[in-house]
Design a protein around this ligand. Sequence first.
Ligand SMILES: Cc1ncc(COP(=O)(O)O)c(C=O)c1O
Length: 370
Amino acid sequence: MSSSWISMNHFLAEPKALRFAMRKAAARVIDSCRYVLDRECEKFEQRWCQTCGSRFGIGTGNGLDALEIALRALRIGPGDEVITTSMTAFATVLAILRAGAIPVLADIEPGTAVLAPESVQRCLTSRTRAVLLVHLYGRLARMDFWRDWCSSHNIALIEDCAQAHLACWQGSRAGSFGVISAFSFYPTKNLGALGDAGMIVTSDPELARRAAMLRNYGSEQRGQHPEAGVNSRLDEIQAAILLERLPWLEDFTRRRRAVASAYGQGIRNPQVQLPPQPEEESAHVHHLYVICCDSRLALAEHLRRHGIESAMHYPLPIHFQRPCADLPRDPQGLVYAEQHASSCLSLPCHPQMNQMEIARVIDTVNDFAR
Ligand SMILES: Cc1ncc(COP(=O)(O)O)c(C=O)c1O
């Protein structure tokens, strides 16, 4: 990799103080000789749920498990339907399948690519138990609507916050709107560990109790297993790393916003559609900066030739994935999800980007001609 290569993430460029603190944290855990579900995990669970404005945090092995356990904590399973978007990471839908429930795929809004209310309305049946709302790319939208709509239909609102750490809607943070919510701390997420990690947050004590039981083989008391749970515990070493990274998150989020704002102002190419501005700045944490372009493969190649990485989130909507081909969906189809999947392209947008790199991305996108 040449030094001028601009990648989607650049961990080595993170502040030296942070990298030093992570090494010390790892040493602290090694010397403690306590490696699973202990003090670091408890401390991080407490810090993170407080940060989100929720009462309880339950650390898990990853974000997929956090979603599955959240569904199972709500006793959502065989015969139950969960409405979600077809434009998301496969894990969102896999979690519903693993809980034994039926994912029902709704379409997205054309600009923001988040779940479209009219489409969700068309997916509603007497078997609907929940809406699994994905804050795609880090954007919170219409949270007051979703809360009201779910409660008026007596169904649970579950948030998939894997991409939305610290995103805020009218003063409340992602994770605090749903009855139960799931986070991923996969390394590339806005708050990332050095391996897999996740967390469930909720303010409901019974859901918290069930989630803590389900992540630990369905056990609350040693040797007693009232339910068949899973093994999905948050390692002490990952919790310790996350505790060190947490104080940096606000500043890193500001830097992501600065990159997105520069792109929004600087990218001017009639072949490229930019993501719409959020209603309030705090509602978007820009986990990903995703543009749309009909000739996105040519644009990706143009960027690569100029030393800039890009990616696709996601090249196929969920209903084009083989295990999901027969899933129930909006009877009017999933046209916007299909359009978005065929034209989306993610540009580098991470906290370690400098002004020259940002300017290079802007100029290179602007220079692109079909
Ligand atoms: C929207 C969304 N949901 C769920 C997940 C699953 O998280 P994990 O990779 O930690 O299992 C991810 C991560 O890729 C994601 O982006």
